[in-house]
Design a protein around this ligand. Structure first.
Ligand code: G3I
Length: 322
């Protein structure tokens, strides 16, 4: 039996999100990316503020580096993300125009970014996290200034800018919150019924040892029941979900994490091939995870350890793919 690399074992794209400065500078990081993965997402470098730091300037340097790295290594690029409620530059959060000016701001950002990457970014998270924790439409600056239907128009502008790109709605919590899952599924179902050009749903899957395999499978299957493509877009599995005093990654934690990775990949693999956009982990190794900064606690959520060696979690993915 084959034991990897993931990009050769999987019948769908396997990806990771990258920190571009690590991609530029760390050989082991580049090595895992080129060996294991055939899809790549920018963890931060394609966000609004990274690409569009002031009203009149765009900065393509890091994102272009990522795209050319992907092309050299025959990887698909997934774009993350055109519209999000947070990580916005202050020129946007303090923008004082009327609704027409806001519409121009939204449209021109989407058009400019998607035109720059036209034909090079295969799919985009057009809107990220528009549902709040009660399952309602989040009261983001976009909604405040543009109304509830800003999402429809964002997808329409995106389709017009690059008709070949697949367009995704991306959000979190489908696997642990009924309110979130219901709100997200109702949103994408309404978009589809209004004829909005949406191709897929991104399930972030920042999940944890606390979430049951059944709930993970339910999130995947409920998303697939919409008929849209499904991208597991930001996968990591926290083994310290309550930020408690755990200080070492024990063999039993590693074994439990392996089982959970395996269950998730098995559930995903059971989807019809045409609906599998792929699985993307949120960064590469435990050394690189956002979670350590977020919790200020020990964390080991990814398939590679701090030294870029494969963990039991990696073997769990392999077993699910075999
Ligand atoms: O690059 C600056 C650096 O120059 C500065 O010195 C430093 C000081 O704080 O900040 C650096 O920027 C940080 C950036 O990550 C790069 O490391 C930002 O403060 C920090 O807020 C940012 O966090 C990112 C976060 O999104 C907010 O944009 C995380 O890396 C990233 O993993 C996280 O990713 C999100 C997804 O986009 C959406 N879903 C949830 C996921 C996890 O929160």
């Amino acid at each position: 039996v084959r034991v990897g690399p993931l990009r050769e074992l999987a019948p769908f794209p396997m990806g990771a999100a990258v920190n571009v400065s690590l991609l530029r500078s760390r050989a082991a990081y580049q090595g895992v990316m080129t060996t294991e993965y055939n899809s790549i997402t920018a963890e931060n470098s394609m966000k609004f503020g990274a690409l569009h730091p002031s009203a009149t300037t765009y900065n393509w340097t890091d994102a272009d580096y990522l795209v050319s790295f992907a092309q050299q290594n025959k990887m698909r690029v997934h774009g993350h993300t055109l519209l999000w409620y947070t990580s916005l530059p202050t020129w946007v959060t303090s923008f004082s125009g009327d609704s027409t000016a806001w519409e121009d701001l939204m449209r021109s950002h989407i058009q400019t970014v998607m035109t720059h990457f036209k034909g090079q970014v295969a799919s985009w998270d057009v809107v990220n996290e528009a549902i709040d924790d009660a399952g309602a439409l989040r009261n983001s600056v976009w909604r405040q200034h543009l109304g509830d239907r800003y999402i429809d128009r964002a997808f329409q502008y995106a389709r017009a800018a690059d008709p070949t790109a697949l367009l995704f709605y991306n959000d979190y919590g489908n696997e642990y919150s009924t309110a979130r899952r219901t709100g997200i599924i109702n949103l994408v179902t309404a978009l589809k019924s209004r004829g909005v050009p949406i191709d897929g749903i991104g399930l972030q899957m920042h999940t944890s040892s606390n979430t049951s395999d059944a709930n993970i499978a339910n999130a995947i299957n409920t998303a697939a029941a919409t008929g849209l493509k499904v991208h597991v877009s930001e996968l990591d599995i926290s083994m310290n979900p309550s930020f408690t005093a755990t200080t070492t990654f024990t063999a039993s934690l590693a074994a439990a994490q392996k089982v959970k990775y395996k269950a998730l990949v098995m559930a995903y693999k059971a989807l019809p091939a045409a609906q599998r956009h792929g699985i993307t982990t949120w960064n590469v190794s435990d050394a690189d995870t956002w979670r350590r900064g977020y919790c200020s606690c020990p964390e080991w959520p990814l398939p590679f350890d701090d030294n870029y060696a494969k963990k039991p979690a990696y073997d769990g993915i392999v077993e699910a793919l075999q």
